[in-house]
Design a protein around this ligand. Sequence first.
Ligand SMILES: Nc1ncnc2c1ncn2[C@@H]1O[C@H](COP(=O)(O)OP(=O)(O)OP(=O)(O)O)[C@@H](O)[C@H]1O
Ligand SMILES: [Mg+2]
Length: 377
Amino acid sequence: MLPEQCKTTGKTAGKASSTDSTLYGMILENIDRAVVAFNQDGRITLFNPAAEALMERSSRQMIGQHYQELFKEQKTLLYLVKVALVDGRSITDDEGLYLHRSNAAPLPVNAYAAPIYTHRGDHDGAVMIIRDLSRIKELEGTLRRADRLSMLGTLAAGLAHEIKNPLGGIKGAAQLLAMELAEKSSLLDYTQIMIKEVERINFIIEELMDLGNPRAPEIGDVDLSRILNDIILLQREAARGQSIKFTLKLDPSIPPIKGDEGFLTRLFLNLIKNAREAIARKGEVLIETRISSNYHMTCPGRRSSQMVDITISDTGCGIEAEEMDRIFTPYFTTKSTGSGLGLAICQKIIEDHHGLLKIESSPGEGTTMIVSLPLYR
Ligand SMILES: Nc1ncnc2c1ncn2[C@@H]1O[C@H](COP(=O)(O)OP(=O)(O)OP(=O)(O)O)[C@@H](O)[C@H]1O
Ligand SMILES: [Mg+2]
């Protein structure tokens, strides 16, 4: 985002009170927003622990450095500090802003900069507060995908219905043709292909209709370790001819979770199948379960619940950044034999279970999918 698009929030010549500076110090130590203060020369005078964590630099290293060093080549952040420092105005930017760090991926953030005024009203430096938006962005992504899916699901289910009838006709005609042909006719092979392909289209359509109008989940106790073990048995079999190591690291202390066993099996089967298919010849698929330290689920009328994280990582081809947003779209596939419905179905199942899906991927290195499901006790 360009500096011109930043919103100015008006002049706030907030007078600092001298009461209880220890309390202020403690707040700055404990707050989860990065707070960085600059003197009138633009040099850093304060760098709180959240700023250390967010920017991966220590306060000792940063105190005394110039803000132009800290935000080198980060136009918007430089502009925000300058407005607060030079013009004495407070300013905020909360759209499309990324904090670039030397050793880690850019982080979506929002930033607020304000001038600092002394008790006597003299302008003496500026303060910048930066908030990490990565978790909020993840949640927004989940909601956006869910919206798109429900719209497409309804539309496609109507269309699928229309396709099923003529398809039945084609299959019937191919079967009749097969009956009419002499037993050893070489044309029989063609009728077999026709029937098989019609069945494949039919299967895809049924999956799609499921997506638009699925059966209601039947909630029961689901033993995650058991279904993951069963899926791995099948996938090991399917991976014959490739050299894929499947590793399971399951936390035995996780109790059964509340969910639909059939749907959850389908969810993990789709994800693990994708992981296997992403590996050309040799590689590893790692499946881990653990109680999540990141999220708690709160539903109206229910006690807040801890979440279980099920992580599926592969050392496969990875997903290109520009494809990341399309992989949940029904029929998007990069495989010659894929239907492109797998992830759309996964998204729906996760949504039905009030869960979340997080994806991390590096093209050429691999992909990690983290499913977080509530653990209602
Ligand atoms: N673990 C992964 N690694 C790399 N790419 C992936 C991974 N998972 C999904 N993808 C990409 O997302 C696309 C969509 O996946 P999805 O499961 O919806 O369909 P598909 O696997 O192509 O077909 P289907 O699941 O119906 O057999 C894939 O074609 C692939 O390009
Ligand atoms: Mg798939």
